[in-house]
Design a protein around this ligand. Structure first.
Ligand SMILES: NC(=O)c1ccc[n+]([C@@H]2O[C@H](COP(=O)([O-])OP(=O)(O)OC[C@H]3O[C@@H](n4cnc5c(N)ncnc54)[C@H](O)[C@@H]3O)[C@@H](O)[C@H]2O)c1
Ligand SMILES: Cc1cc2nc3c(=O)[nH]c(=O)nc-3n(C[C@H](O)[C@H](O)[C@H](O)COP(=O)(O)O)c2cc1C
Ligand code: SF4
Length: 438
């Protein structure tokens, strides 16, 4: 493992991760000693509209993958409409490779709770929910403990810190479905229905939980809010780039020496991230990687110096997404990796719309055929044609995301497909595994 150079180490900007290594930071006493709830006290003295303006000024963009401007979203909540308003935190974190919200909630749950209270005050919500992935049992336990502690200290409940503001916060565990991370499927699930996406527009900002104005934000988005309130918009903008401000937690996995979370100013490159992670594993050379989880088009070793911000990754033909960089080497097969992701999308497709439900089913079969050494050249056209019929024609983003690795692996690694089809690569799947592929 090679140590990073000092100039690369300087690119680490621990803000949301700064307490993760402090012992017991998940307990309220420790959290308060480390600046905890100071932002809330400051926020409760401000006018809610000024807080929305502060978040707009900071340029904060959603950390759930789409990068929608947070202040703008909060500003869409109608005021004086007589309806209840809701804040819903999306803690479903299901995107393969993504692991930033879970450690945050485990190590520093109060930063999320504090962010929830400030955001709810800003949008005038008196009830908030954290919808957490069902499998995340430990993180949910920590969160529920944090909520209990916050009630006991008067940060939640009636007349918070004497401000006159009331807020109840409920932690709701889902049942472990990827689709329930899509915000409208999440809202259906929270209401007690089967989690399937709703038609948008109308967006949750006007017609969300119980058809009322609702802000849905990712864990990382809401946990950023206390830091912006304390440090100010200008400080936040000293990190990152002009249109992608602030720090970002990048999760690194795969063929690198030291996988994990690295919080850096947005715009860092994969070359620098790999250096921070101690380099590639010995004997491995970078072949392909996802910039933001499996729903984002693959990039290659040519893209090592692409700035990992919303604009930089888009210019390189991919999407920043959840900043989950999954790193594959010359010893990994892009055809097989794509097949495994497709099996995931096929399994997780909710079945509501035909392109995604049928398209993923058939693409999995075509991949099995190719990987069993029984593919044809026409199969490659079938894959591209199927993607063409899914992308932009699906009811929600799951269908679109499923096509990303198919089209990008065919763009960069067509030869790997041809090697299976023309018999130069030994089959990876057996006849038995091929059952049902024809
Ligand atoms: N974090 C994870 O585990 C995970 C898993 C799968 C996918 N994703 C990410 O999800 C993203 C797609 O999510 P999406 O379909 O919600 O994206 P989207 O661009 O449709 O919406 C993003 C957010 O902006 C809001 N919004 C957009 N336009 C609006 C408008 N006109 N008025 C009011 N609000 C508006 C939406 O309500 C939503 O909250 C992908 O980029 C992917 O990276 C994340
Ligand atoms: C299939 C699918 C799954 C998603 N899963 C998540 C998720 O687990 N966590 C999340 O924050 N956003 C997820 N999203 C994005 C949400 O729909 C939404 O854009 C996000 O919660 C908005 O929060 P933000 O603006 O703070 O990013 C998913 C989107 C799709 C299409
Ligand atoms: S794209 Fe897939 S997950 Fe989304 S609604 Fe259609 S079938 Fe369901």
């Amino acid at each position: 493992m090679t140590a990073p150079r000092p100039e690369t180490l300087a690119k680490l900007t621990p803000v949301l991760t700064k307490r993760w290594l402090s012992p017991d930071a998940w307990r309220i006493g420790t959290y308060e000693k480390l600046d905890g709830y100071a932002a809330l006290r400051k926020a409760l003295k401000a006018h809610p509209d000024d807080l929305i303006q502060l978040i707009k000024d900071s340029g904060l963009r959603g950390r759930g993958g789409a990068g929608f401007p947070t202040g703008l979203k909060w500003g869409f909540i109608p005021q004086g409409d007589g309806k209840p308003h809701y804040l819903v935190v999306n803690a479903d974190e299901g995107e393969p490779g993504t692991c930033k919200d879970l450690p945050l909630m485990t190590h520093d749950p109060h930063s999320l709770v504090e962010g929830v209270i400030i955001a709810s005050y800003a949008i005038r919500a008196n009830r908030a929910y954290i919808y957490i992935r069902g499998e995340a049992v430990h993180a949910a336990r920590r969160l529920r403990n944090a909520v209990r502690e916050a009630y006991a200290k008067g940060y939640l409940g009636r007349n918070i810190q004497g401000s006159g503001f009331d807020l109840d916060l409920v932690v709701h565990s889902g049942a472990g479905a990827y689709i329930c991370g899509e915000e409208t499927a999440l809202l259906d699930s929270l209401e007690g229905f089967r989690g399937q996406p709703r038609l948008r527009p109308p967006f949750p900002a006007t017609h969300g939980l119980y058809a009322s104005p609702t802000v849905v934000n990712n864990v990382g988005t809401i946990a950023s809010v206390p830091y912006i309130v304390l440090g100010g918009a200008d400080w936040w903008k000293t990190m990152g780039t002009e249109k992608s401000s602030g720090p970002m937690i990048y999760s690194l996995s795969g063929r690198i020496a030291n996988p994990g979370q690295f919080e850096c100013s947005m715009g860092i490159t994969l070359r620098e991230l790999i250096e921070l992670a101690g380099g590639m594993q010995p004997g491995h050379n970078l072949k392909f990687w996802t910039p933001g989880g499996s729903s984002t088009p693959l990039l290659t070793a040519e893209h090592l110096d692409v700035p990992l911000d919303f604009e930089g990754v888009a210019a390189a033909g991919s999407i920043l997404g959840t900043t989950a960089t999954q790193i594959f080497s010359d010893q990994d097969c892009p055809v097989y990796a794509t097949y495994r992701w497709l099996e995931f999308y096929h399994h997780e497709s909710c079945g509501k719309c035909t392109p995604c439900r049928e398209g993923n089913y058939w693409m999995v079969r075509v991949y099995r055929r190719i990987l069993a050494g029984q593919g044809t050249h026409e199969d490659l056209d079938t894959l591209l044609d199927t993607c063409d019929n899914i992308l932009g024609r699906s009811f929600c983003g799951l269908g679109d995301g499923a096509t990303s690795s198919v089209t990008s692996s065919l763009k960069y690694f067509k030869q790997d497909y041809l090697d299976y089809i023309e018999g130069r690569t030994a089959p990876k799947l057996s006849e038995k595994q091929l059952v049902g592929a024809h």
